[in-house]
Design a protein around this ligand. Structure first.
Ligand code: G
Ligand code: G
Ligand code: MN
Ligand code: NA
Length: 252
């Protein structure tokens, strides 16, 4: 089977999984949310990386259906966590083809209403490729979502090919500093870029979250720079729902 046919078949047979990676307040180390991340089991406990299959699913248009399913999983997860006393938000990645769907913002709102999820508990992560796509009506769509109460983050910030002017035009809440600028901290070049993004965020009134934090030295440096939030293997890896609940209970 071609990889896309296999993906479509496994999706239809409900074999895809959504895992969750905690996000923490860097000052208090309180868990403030988690990112929903797709996982495609390939047998023997192995997984095909979304870095490989998500771009293929985008090209095939399949990401529209899968993305909607991820959002619904995130909504159901949020309700289950809330019922257990964990009022944390869930961040969902959104691709360009999803934004191209007519009425995308309304579809997202309808989904949250269907699952009775308060909008403040869902965040959408968009990349600079979404922001720069001329056919997505991104400003109108994001404004509609933001007015509803959904938070918006720019994912992989600093790695796209875009001007900074969109930062003034879009209703954003958060900048996610790409792991590329975290991994060599406190190396000099990374330091300069991370420091710049954090102060840019602060001056624009946006929260900054660092991705891929793996060491205490990185965390210390980010704290010193005034970074608000962190996500990374040092705190927790992406994990299935059951493990997430165990993790949250242990941290209580
Ligand atoms: O989980 P991991 O770090 O391997 O993810 C690799 C990439 O796949 C990341 O860039 C992430 O944004 C993307 N990805 C994971 N889950 C989803 C999803 O549900 N939708 C989209 N569009 N991208 C995802
Ligand atoms: O691009 P996006 O931010 O959506 O991708 C998140 C990806 O980063 C996930 O695939 C996740 O598994 C990965 N990730 C999260 N934390 C770390 C980390 O500390 N180190 C590394 N190498 N990858 C990480
Ligand atoms: Mn992301
Ligand atoms: Na990212």
């Amino acid at each position: 089977l071609g990889i896309i046919r296999q993906l479509r078949q496994d999706f239809e047979q409900r074999k895809l999984e959504v895992w969750f990676q905690p996000q923490l307040d860097l000052n208090t180390l309180e868990i403030i949310g988690c990112e929903a991340l797709l996982r495609w089991p390939s047998g023997n406990g192995q997984y095909i990386s979304p870095a490989i299959f998500v771009p293929m699913a985008e090209d095939a248009g399949l990401i529209v259906e899968i993305g909607q399913w991820v959002l619904e999983q995130a909504c159901m997860q949020q309700k289950r966590l809330e019922a257990m006393g964990f009022a944390i938000s869930i961040a969902v990645n959104v691709s360009v083809p999803q934004f191209k769907v007519k009425g995308y913002a309304q579809q997202v709102k309808d989904t949250l209403i269907k699952y009775d999820v308060e909008p403040q508990y869902i965040e959408l992560e968009v990349t600079e490729s979404v922001v720069m796509d001329e056919l997505t009506n991104v400003i109108t769509t994001l404004k509609e979502l933001k007015e509803f109460g959904i938070e918006i983050a720019i994912d992989d910030f600093g790695t796209g090919f875009s001007s900074l002017s969109y930062l003034q035009k879009l209703p954003l809440d958060r900048l996610k500093i790409d792991r590329a600028f975290i991994k060599d901290l406190p190396g000099q070049d990374c330091q300069a870029i991370a420091a710049l993004i954090i102060s840019l965020g602060a001056r624009l009134g946006l929260k900054t979250i660092a991705e891929g934090v793996e060491t205490q030295a990185q965390a210390d440096y980010l704290a010193q720079l005034g970074c608000d939030e962190v996500q990374g293997f040092m705190y927790a890896k992406p994990m299935p729902e059951k493990e997430l609940i165990t993790y949250l209970q242990a941290k209580q």
